[in-house]
Design a protein around this ligand. Sequence first.
Ligand code: GLU
Length: 293
Amino acid sequence: MPPVFRFAPSPNGYLHLGHACSALLNFDAACRSGGRLLLRIEDIDPARCRPEFEAAIYQDLAWLGISWEMPVRRQSEHLADYRAALEKLSAMGLVYPAFESRAEIARLVAQREAQGPWPRDPDGAPLYPGAAKSMAPDARARLLDSATPCALRLDMAAARARVPDLDWIEHGEGPEGAVVARPQAHPEAWGDVILARKETPTSYHLSVVIDDALQGVTEVVRGADLFWSTSVHRLLQHLLDLPQPVYRHHRLVTDGEARKLSKSTAATGLRELRAQGASLADIRGLVGLVRPA
Ligand code: GLU
């Protein structure tokens, strides 16, 4: 069976050199290995995703000389798949509703931090400080009956109790170079992660894991900023009985001050560089990927 690669951008902005690096690495690896390249549009966040960004993704990738299999999978068209996975996790007793707003969570974190350091996840965000997991069943039932908006969270302790041993096959590099066992490599480092939000019935972690499995992805090639998330993905794969892809996290393209690129600018946006007359060879040079012979 040929290996299956995927590039999975979110249409919440224009592509920049960091995306080009990821997309070209996937494309080159698929070409080299006689593999397949899939494109997935990760458009679950209705507040940030826009059709013009999606249209620009197709244009920019074509300009980079990349071809991908059709049809493209758009996550917003597959919410039922994520719902089914969520129901499976709920039936295992691993999901609970949390009713706090973002502002309430921020207030709770500030309260905890006033008493001492409060743990943060590998991205630097404070862990969920709420007490929704231990809410009295009748209070929880009342809120659910009245359709009070809630997020659904994974009970990490219960999930981990079912899957004590976790690892993944990494062919790339961690954020600091070599892959080493360290506390962030365990999914507990993320706390009780959100599996579904008030405004969208899934989350990045859940949908990426379901899609990689449904699309038969065997090789996940993506930026090192997602390296530590892999522990959560592996946990969900175990719980949902899904196959394990091989991971390759690549170094991030940075700006002049060694910061990760977050938005496209005139210096890094693919549309802007194209308008300035850059060639495909220039883009490959800028991201350090010469065309394979
Ligand atoms: N949609 C994610 C992003 O644009 C990538 C997800 C992944 O490759 O796992 O950062």
